[in-house]
Design a protein around this ligand. Structure first.
Ligand code: RB5
Length: 149
């Protein structure tokens, strides 16, 4: 599996923790930055990761900002992106089983490293259930196509 990572200054430390764990698990990492504590704008990094996922350059993405909220809002503007802000293993598993989330979003200022790693491991290994959940995702894809008219 190949995973793109992106963060702003509020998510830098957690992004680096996630990158190290992914490499330990044998996952190929595309690190889209940021790489320093200097203040940056999270939409720029959400766009890089969402673009990588939407184009098929990577299988999935992970983004981290201070709360995870800005990264979720920005990434979900991209067609085909289903970015899920997760605070625990339950929401991480459900985001895969029911929503087929292709981007995991974490808040570096609200989720500690050990909880984040539990979330990460569950999110990576949980499959999508399909069935009635696919029907709902198809409806979301339709909304993207039509716009909300
Ligand atoms: C940056 O200070 C902060 O606003 C950002 O990391 C994020 O929490 C936005 O949603």
């Amino acid at each position: 599996m190949k995973v793109a990572l992106g963060c702003d200054h509020g998510g830098l430390e957690l992004k680096d923790t996630i990158a190290a764990e992914l490499r330990k698990l044998g996952v190929e990492v595309v690190d889209e930055g940021t790489v320093s504590e200097e203040s940056v704008d999270y939409p720029d990094f959400a766009a890089k990761v969402a673009g990588d996922v939407a184009s098929g350059k990577v299988d999935r993405g992970i983004t981290v900002c201070g709360t995870g909220i800005g990264m979720s809002i920005a990434a979900n503007k991209f067609p085909g992106i289903r970015a899920a802000l997760c605070h625990d293993s339950y929401t991480a598993r459900m985001s895969r089983m029911h929503n087929d989330a292709n981007i995991l979003v974490l808040g570096g200022r609200v989720t500690g490293p050990e909880v984040a790693l539990d979330i990460l491991r569950d999110w990576l290994k949980t499959p999508f259930e399909g069935g009635r959940h696919q029907r709902r995702l198809d409806k979301i894809a339709e909304l993207e196509k039509k716009g909300c008219k």
